[in-house]
Ligand binder design. Sequence first.
Ligand code: HEC
Ligand code: HEC
Length: 195
Amino acid sequence: MLIRMLKTNRMILVGMLILLVFAVGCSKQTAPVQQEAAPEAPAAAAPVLVSDDELSYRNEPLMDPSDTPVPSFEAPDPGDADLMERAFENSPPLIPHTTDGYLPITINDNQCLECHLPENAVDAEATATPASHLYDIRRDVQLKDLNPANFNCTQCHATQAEVAPLVANTFEPYFRTDDGASQSNLLDILNDGVE
Ligand code: HEC
Ligand code: HEC
């Protein structure tokens, strides 16, 4: 009985050895991994130089506007112009009339005031400067006259020229009040949402 078990064990052992040799042999055959050459790092892209000549939306040298057509700022005289819709809520309204003869605004010559200060606006049939322009927002003080910070009207209010936009504008304004496209109320709503 014992001898038979030994015999069987030996046979199993031999069998396992053969299997082992076979397995090692096989694995040796599959072992050599083809060492592929490491892919070469892509060559750093050569910097693309864009010259001043290619940068401009005008399709002409950026630094030389001599071929750029001068836009026409022709507009009706004050009193004959149609008001334009506000670009967005409480945006500075665009100037619909000509400003020929009114610019540049200087410390001694600001003709805008002659028609747009509240005391002149009714007679001139012009929109009066809003309450915000007679208020010192920074110091929270009501002023009797125009806040000098608002003296240079064309810093914010723009004259209009007849030009084709170079880039289409898809912005759509949202007005919270029904008359938001024609009136401003900045001073009234300035603290909205502030405790
Ligand atoms: C001679 C009077 C007069 C002068 C000077 C004048 N305006 Fe006007 N402005 C008007 C009138 C009137 C209107 C209303 C539109 C119209 O009837 O032409 C108007 C409209 C405007 C509007 C649009 C208001 C709105 O409700 O949309 C702005 C902004 C404006 N003017 C700014 C200016 C600025 C800035 C100057 C100075 C560079 C100026 N105006 C000079 C009379 C004048
Ligand atoms: C710092 C920018 C700034 C300057 C400078 C400025 N405005 Fe304005 N203006 C605004 C803005 C923003 C609004 C709309 C919000 C509001 O009511 O203040 C406005 C509104 C107006 C309106 C429309 C009022 C209404 O009831 O809808 C008139 C008219 C006007 N401004 C005239 C002038 C005149 C004239 C001057 C120069 C004396 C001037 N503004 C200077 C920013 C400016």
